[in-house]
Each structure stands twice: as C-alpha cells, then as structure tokens.
Design a protein around this ligand. Structure first.
Ligand code: FE2
Length: 161
C-alpha cells in the first residue's frame, strides 16, 4: 500500500533525460550547454546536466557551498587540479573551492550531472569577485531562453521546488 505524502510535501520530480527535447539545453557559450533538473529556491541549490564540446570552458569561479558531480560521458577536469574525470567519476568539491572547468582536449566532449549547493562566484586571477550565478539568476535565464525558443516558461517552472 502506498503511504501518501504529507499534504505539505513538495511534489516529486521524475525526469527521463534520454528523451530530452534539444530545446531543453540552454547554451552558456559556443561549446557549453546546460539542462536544469531541479531548482531549489528554498535552499538556493540546483541540479543540472552540463554538456561541453572540445574547447568548452566554464571560467574561473569559487563555490561558497559544496558541489557534487557525476560524470556521465566524456572527460573533463579543472585547470587547478591534476585529475581527469571520466565516465563514472564522482566528485565532491568542498566549500571554498575555486576552479576553471575544461573539457579534456584528447576526448573532446563531456556530459556531467552537478548538484550545486549554492552559488558560483566568478572571480579574476586574484580571486576578486567579478560576477555570480545563483539559483535565481539561473531561473531568470532559463525562463527567458525557454520563453523564446518555443518550449515555454512553464518548463523551467515545473522544475522549481
Ligand atoms: Fe564549479
């Protein structure tokens, strides 16, 4: 027998990304795109897939909250670390980590699931903050993108909890 959810519980999310509509992937740059899975506006966290091609880069940023990642395809790393993440690699980045994400040029692509537990603070080479991204700026950008590409703003709203 199914025990019902408490009446105040948020609805679950069950997403089959194998059947994704390409319009769900929002370009961040020429070689990098993201697909939101869950946007948590109470905790300020979010889960997304990121897909990048050769030359793909996410510029230097600091995480004031932890990040969890799991590599689904390809290979990538951070300029600030020696390791290379390949299919199956799990990572935990503690709060305080600053890094620059790059696709491994020998493999030339990657897809990774990230759970960002807080914002990204974009920083210059001295660590000085020059910008930021949080769950709210992400939602604003997704809303504008899906509103303009025909998928509709309701898509991103369905992922907010
Ligand atoms: Fe990061």
């Amino acid at each position: 027998m199914r025990i019902p959810l408490p009446m105040d519980a948020a609805p679950e999310l069950v997403i089959d990304t194998a059947n994704d509509d390409e319009r769900m992937w929002m370009p961040l740059s020429e070689n990098v795109a993201i697909r939101p899975l869950m946007l948590n506006v109470v905790q300020g966290s979010w889960v997304n897939l990121i897909r990048a091609k050769a030359g793909g880069i996410v510029s230097r940023h600091r995480h004031p909250a932890p990040v969890i990642g799991h590599t689904l395809e390809g290979a990538w790393g951070y300029l600030e670390h020696d390791w290379v993440a390949t299919k199956g690699t799990f990572i935990f980045e503690p709060a305080g980590e600053t890094h620059t994400l790059v696709v491994d040029p020998t493999v030339g692509h990657m897809t990774t699931l990230f759970h960002n537990m807080g914002p990204l603070l974009y920083v210059d080479e001295n660590g000085k903050q020059i910008g930021y991204e949080d769950v709210f700026t992400r939602i604003e950008k997704f809303r504008a993108y899906y509103g303009s590409n025909g998928l509709g703003e309701g898509f991103v709203e369905s992922l907010i909890r």
